[in-house]
Design a protein around this ligand. Structure first.
Ligand code: FES
Length: 97
């Protein structure tokens, strides 16, 4: 049986979610360093290091109100205080699908 309904576009060929945090100057001023630290802790505490590829990027052209974070190309604007709820919704829920 083939599983054509599974959203493979959300998971790359390594079976890992690409989670990229902007470390450009604007996002840096808005707390990207804290966001990265929180994400690193969440990845470790949820034990999903083998499913999430966490990396940094220069300016992604979305300098808005928060820190620009992308999940397999989909962009989000985070602050340190919204990072945990973002992780639950956009990372854990996708991984648990
Ligand atoms: S500095 Fe982060 S999107 Fe521009």
């Amino acid at each position: 049986m083939t599983d054509n309904t599974h959203r493979m576009d959300e998971i790359n060929s390594n079976n890992k979610l690409n989670l990229i945090v902007c470390i450009g100057s604007s996002c840096h001023l808005r707390g990207s360093r804290d966001v990265v630290q929180i994400l690193e802790k969440l990845v470790a505490s949820k034990d999903v290091g083998d499913k999430v590829n966490l990396s940094g990027s220069f300016c992604m052209g979305e300098c808005t109100n928060g820190v620009c974070v992308s999940v397999n190309g989909k962009k989000f604007s985070l602050t340190p205080s919204t990072t945990e709820s973002f992780f639950e919704k956009e990372i854990m829920e996708v991984l648990n699908k």
